[in-house]
Ligand binder design. Structure first.
Ligand SMILES: N[C@@H](CCC(=O)N[C@@H](CS)C(=O)NCC(=O)O)C(=O)O
Length: 219
């Protein structure tokens, strides 16, 4: 399998974590978002949206990180990324999916790079305003999730669903991004504790932006 990825792309980071949890072999094909390689062939031939990630598994390129992760989960069911997956719409399964979609869709869309660039270049927002915008969308979704996790009966002391799930696949890249924007995360102690624990697991370490072949060397 080939994963078209950029080291700092949070949507690529999600897919890298999923592939690593399943212990699947894949080669990274780096696409430089900073120089706009996503808007040129060969990437646009694979994905006319001009976004990462793209997973090549056969002849048809898979695009959209959540759809790719869905494909991975269907094709490689073990270990499951959804708790109680086989129990139908159990409350635990539904909560995991709810948190996953909330983070992956509600935070990522308004905080994606083209949106932030539009605020900066077309609406003259400065760094302070952009950071405030970023923090607003983090808070809108993180605050209720933090609250829900306080009343949820955790399956293990470190991970709410007892093992890495779709929830952490969305959460960990989102926290990485938030830290880049120096967002104050002190109101979310459970989320930051999950982040601290998950980022020490091998699947997450291997997926981390700093450990990608296109990451700049730290001098
Ligand atoms: N909903 C899409 C979003 C993809 C996306 O926006 N990816 C970003 C990187 S995190 C990207 O490629 N941005 C480049 C651009 O929009 O020019 C997904 O989940 O795959």
């Amino acid at each position: 399998m080939k994963l078209y990825s950029y080291y700092r792309s949070s949507t690529s980071y999600r897919v890298r974590i999923a592939l690593n949890i399943k212990e699947l072999a894949y080669n990274i094909v780096p696409v430089n978002l900073k120089t706009g390689e996503q808007h040129q062939p060969p990437l646009t031939d694979l994905n006319p949206h001009g976004t990462l990630p793209v997973l090549l598994t056969g002849t048809t390129p898979l695009v959209q990180s959540l759809a790719i992760i869905d494909w991975i989960e269907e094709r490689y069911p073990e270990p499951p990324l959804i708790p109680e997956r086989d129990k139908g719409a159990s409350d635990v399964r539904q909560l995991c999916l709810e948190l996953y979609y909330a983070i992956a869709t509600e935070i990522h869309a308004p905080n994606n790079l083209p949106v932030l660039n539009y605020l900066r270049n077309e609406l003259d927002a400065d760094d302070t305003k952009i950071a405030a915008w970023y923090a607003k969308w983090i808070g809108k979704t993180f605050a209720p999730i933090e609250q829900k996790l306080q009343s949820f009966s955790w399956r293990s002391p470190d991970l709410p669903f007892g093992q890495p799930s779709l929830f952490e696949i969305a959460l960990i890249p989102q926290i990485y991004n938030a830290q880049r924007w120096q967002t104050d995360l002190s109101n979310y102690p459970l989320l930051t504790a999950i982040h601290a624990y998950a980022t020490r697991l091998p699947a997450f370490i291997a997926a981390h932006p700093d450990n990608q072949p296109d990451a700049p060397e730290v001098k």
